[in-house]
Design a protein around this ligand. Sequence first.
Ligand code: NAD
Length: 339
Amino acid sequence: MKILITGGAGYIGSHTILETLENTDWEVISMDNFSNSDDSTFSRIRNITGKEIKNYEVDLKDLKSTEKVFEENPDIAGIIHFAAFKAVGESVKKPLEFYDNNLNSLKNILLCQEKYGVKNLIFSSSCSVYGNSDELPITEETGFGTPESPYGYTKQIGEMMIRDFIKANPSCSAICLRYFNPVGAHESGLNGELPSKIQDNFVPIITQTAIGDREEFTVFGGDYNTKDGTCVRDYIHVSDIANAHILGLKQLIKSQKNNSEVINIGTGVGTSVLEIIHAFEDATGEKLNYKIGERRAGDVSEMYANNSKAKSILDWEPKRNLEKMMASAWKWQKHLKEK
Ligand code: NAD
């Protein structure tokens, strides 16, 4: 069976390719224009698995070039659509670029599904669709909140586009996976997060500080109404997220229902920023240099998932604990430094 992974050179896409090659006999092709990655991802995948991935360097906003890929591959059984811009802060400064890239790419994928008869779609959504929710843990029934950024709105609109597309196309089905906070790296330490744009994800900042690339980092806010005053998030290992996509696609292929689902992908456990710092120090023996600063605009105080729907529908469970998340992220950071 052949599947198409868009954004296959990116952080979650590359881990999903690895998870697929390691645990299924599916053939994978990728579409990525390297707007936030480069082709070294595919060398890393080859080093780990011994397998070559065909990537089409195509901008998904360009319908003609996207169609060509489907014409060349008439046997695609399912699509996992990761390709999007994801930097929340940047989306506030450049909203139109985010709406243009994330929504036109998705629109073209849906047009190609319709034109070339591809029935199954897994879409990368995000807990940012919930906005600042008072309800904890957050279930899928919590409903859309007010996102803190244009990025969050692109995910809400993306989910709605998919819902309406599935209603209008009786042979198709889709699952939107709402990830919480993806962290960690492949257990080999040979693949991990390596965005080409500046990014502000917390764990890479921790590992860059520990390796000496940053002198110190700031914890934004120590006076939230949480267990220790710092923000609480649901950190989830990227390989556990990757696995949810495989289970999701298997489920769609098995059930063949004309349906679109939204499913939370998180551990169900809220971890504070200070707890993450201590987990990193315990897992690696490295001491981190940080200070507690002012709150950052737009940060939600506490957010974690109810993941029972993922357990019941996908038979999915997170397998890697906080220690594994931190140890693998550190292994990857050290590998990058050695290169
Ligand atoms: P990433 O930036 O590492 O990967 C995305 C990939 O898509 C990149 O390699 C980029 O070059 C490619 N891409 C972007 N626009 C494209 C286009 N128009 N045509 C072709 N390729 C394009 O991001 P990631 O962390 O792997 O995230 C994957 C998906 O998961 C995204 O949709 C993101 O919004 C979503 N998500 C990520 C997080 C997170 O914290 N990482 C959390 C929730 C949801």
